[in-house]
Design a binder for this molecule. Structure first.
Ligand SMILES: Cc1cc2nc3c(=O)[nH]c(=O)nc-3n(C[C@H](O)[C@H](O)[C@H](O)COP(=O)(O)OP(=O)(O)OC[C@H]3O[C@@H](n4cnc5c(N)ncnc54)[C@H](O)[C@@H]3O)c2cc1C
Length: 307
């Protein structure tokens, strides 16, 4: 791309949102790990996103970032454009239908549904991501998941075209949604069940309490690192191979919950990845079970440093 073209799109796109350069992604992930993004763009609205996408060069790699609560980003950063949908905050209910935009925190969505006396999204009170990330991951906990109540999502493709996808087309299952690689989730609708607002709040409170007792929430982390294999728990397997408390640099397999890796301050993506590989290989050796990462990875990792 010529220098002139490179500069022109950057000027044009600023009419639709905030464009930043060389942004530290460690400040945008709950694990507090990751190098810099070359470009970081926050569109003002869904319409602004639609208008800006055709301006961004087609060969620029895009990555949609939510709250960064399920991400391990390379120490080398990302040589493309991070799309931050934090400005998409609309949240409304019409009887049992809740409609929300992608940048809304799941905890806020849970509170809204509870305050209106509608159940089905209580688990969201305990998941620290945004709606877009929740849909992409089919987030869930305490026997609930996004796909239980999701009706449809609105997505925008790389050219800025908006379309509606019903849940049935998303093949959602445990921590999995089929979205084509260039699909940007911009909003979603849920159909909820009427219930007593106080009962719902009590359930959310109990869930939060259980969380704070069983998870290392005081230290930066990315939630469960691995998906639970069929009929078993990743945490049980990791503990059984003696890796609870295992450390690489400033990253550690949590002593509180073995499916969490915590950052004691200054951990690198390579430290975290080394622990991931170590847990996978030990569990494979001892139990012949493959631990599939739940955490998503972005950027190239320096595999030579992994022990
Ligand atoms: C303390 C803690 C507890 C957690 N507990 C749970 C739990 O109980 N259950 C659970 O399921 N998860 C849990 N998680 C993991 C995480 O919160 C969820 O996976 C959440 O859904 C991720 O949302 P996010 O906005 O942070 O997404 P990110 O981490 O920013 O992104 C995750 C993936 O979603 C994609 N994505 C994000 N937004 C969009 C969008 N608008 N369109 C298309 N793709 C998008 C990203 O590109 C990326 O591939 C926990 C994490 C932490 C730190």
């Amino acid at each position: 791309m010529s220098h002139e073209l490179l500069v022109n799109w950057q000027i044009d796109v600023q009419a639709y949102g905030e464009l930043q350069y060389d942004v530290a992604l460690s400040q945008h992930t709950t694990l507090a790990v990751g190098g810099n993004a070359r470009f970081y763009f926050k569109p003002k609205s869904i319409e602004a996103l639609q208008q800006s996408l055709p301006i961004i060069p087609q060969d620029m790699e895009l990555f949609v970032l939510g709250r960064g609560s399920n991400l391990l980003i390379s120490d080398n950063g990302f040589d493309g454009l991070i799309l931050d949908l934090g400005c998409l905050q609309s949240l409304a209910m019409n009887q049992a239908t809740l409609r929300t935009e992608a940048g809304c925190r799941m905890s806020k969505i849970a509170q809204k549904a509870a305050s209106m006396g509608y159940a089905g999204l209580e688990f969201m009170a305990t998941v620290p991501g945004d709606l877009g990330g929740g849909v992409a991951m089919n987030a869930g906990a305490f026997g609930q998941q996004v796909s239980d109540t999701l009706q449809h999502i609105d997505i925008i493709d790389r050219d800025g075209n908006l379309s509606i996808l019903p849940r049935e087309q998303l093949a959602m299952h445990y921590r999995h949604t089929v979205l084509s690689h260039d699909s940007i989730v911009v909003s979603a609708s849920f159909l909820l069940q009427e219930d007593d607002a106080n009962d719902i709040r009590m359930r959310m409170r109990d869930m939060r309490q259980q969380r704070s007792q069983s998870q290392p929430l005081a230290l930066p982390n990315c939630g469960s690192v691995f998906k639970n294999p069929d009929n078993d728990y990743a945490a049980r397997l990791i503990e059984a191979v003696g890796l609870k408390g295992e450390q690489r640099g400033q990253a550690q397999i949590s002593e509180v919950h073995a499916n969490f890796i915590v950052n004691h301050g200054g951990a690198t993506a390579n430290d975290v990845l080394a622990l991931i590989r170590c847990a996978q290989s030990r569990v494979q050796q001892q139990f012949q079970i493959y631990l599939e990462p739940e955490v998503r990875m972005l950027g190239s990792m320096d595999k030579e440093n992994i022990s």
